[in-house]
Design a binder for this molecule. Structure first.
Ligand SMILES: CC(C)(COP(=O)(O)OP(=O)(O)OC[C@H]1O[C@@H](n2cnc3c(N)ncnc32)[C@H](O)[C@@H]1OP(=O)(O)O)[C@@H](O)C(=O)NCCC(=O)NCCS
Length: 285
């Protein structure tokens, strides 16, 4: 069966977890990695999946807990006593609160059971490509910094992060690491952009793994909304994905984001039979 979800990324902490020897930890038991790669940052568990942590660049003492394959509806997290040791580690590392990557329902339930609550309810939408689809790419893609590179120049990255902050707000904005994750989460990826008078007013990050497309991030400058920029970005994303012979494209967006939902529904996206959730927990006594 074809993979329906992006492959876990192969860089950063996941690569580190695979390459470093595993050792027993008195708290965690034998065969489980605990690797503090940098201050308050690293792999806190590596078994059926990998859980890694880093500090939020925007909220003091807040941990970002990233769980590999967290979109996979079949992903099972370890037993409750082991999950509680994750919280111990976060507290020992000095964090006051934690939020997770977007989780499929089974994994989310396991964390709800140890006191996490839902911070974001995300609808998963899917567009099934048909032979009759005729999307035409109308916007340019960014060039890589060098041939074959996924990463645009530093100047453009700064523009993208600035626009992302304006579009999503201080607490939900991407930082450089999240941008790299979005670009590396799939086998191939592209960033399509919209400029007005040489100013970046919108971008979309798109990926393809196997025969499935993914819209990873979409943002339009708040001053340029409702003039079709978002629609043209999605259209261009779908044209690129269609040219890769994908059978479907998946995107997630907050259940309350009526504008994004409307844009995707205009392209025939329909809700999938499960949702994702970003969870959070206060770690202070
Ligand atoms: C979602 C977003 C990308 C849309 O960009 P945009 O350039 O404004 O989109 P467009 O102008 O192409 O289309 C907007 C559509 O929403 C409709 N719309 C506007 N306000 C609306 C509302 N309150 N309720 C429902 N529909 C609404 C418009 O009528 C238009 O639909 P139409 O083409 O059928 O007339 C932009 O609002 C944004 O960046 N939001 C913040 C980041 C975000 O939510 N990203 C998507 C997460 S996946």
């Amino acid at each position: 069966m074809k993979a329906r979800h992006p492959k876990p990324r192969t860089g950063g902490t996941y690569l580190l977890a695979r390459h470093l020897p595993r050792w027993g930890h008195p708290h965690y038991g034998h065969g489980v990695s605990l690797v503090e790669r940098a201050s308050r940052s690293g792999v806190i568990w590596s078994g059926t999946t990998t859980a890694s942590v880093r500090p939020s660049p925007y909220v003091a003492h807040h941990a970002l807990l990233s769980i590999a394959r967290s979109h996979d509806p079949l992903l099972q997290l370890p037993a409750e006593d082991l999950l509680l040791t994750w919280l111990d580690t976060l507290s020992q590392w000095g964090y006051h609160s934690v939020s997770t990557s977007a989780l499929a329902p089974i994994a989310a339930t396991a964390l709800h059971d140890i006191g996490f609550s839902t911070a974001q309810d995300l609808v998963l939408l899917e567009h099934h490509h048909r032979d009759t689809d005729n999307f035409i790419g109308v916007l340019p893609s960014l060039r890589g910094r060098w041939p074959g590179s996924r990463f645009p120049s530093q100047h453009v990255i700064t523009e993208i992060l600035h626009l992302d902050c304006a579009a999503f707000g201080n607490e939900r904005q991407m930082d450089l690491i999240t941008l790299r994750e979005a670009l590396c989460a799939t086998e191939q990826s592209r960033v399509f952009v919209s400029y007005v008078d040489k100013l970046l007013v919108g971008f979309v990050i798109v990926g393809v793994s196997d025969t499935h497309g993914f819209i990873q991030r979409l943002a339009v400058d708040p001053n340029c909304r409702n003039s079709g920029v978002g629609t043209r970005l999605v259209q261009t994303a779908l044209a690129w994905i269609q040219a890769k012979d994908c059978v479907s494209t998946v995107v997630n967006t907050e259940a309350s984001n009526v504008v994004a939902l409307h844009v995707y529904e205009n392209f025939g996206f329909a809700p999938m039979n499960y949702r994702l959730a970003v969870l959070e927990k206060n770690l202070l006594p």
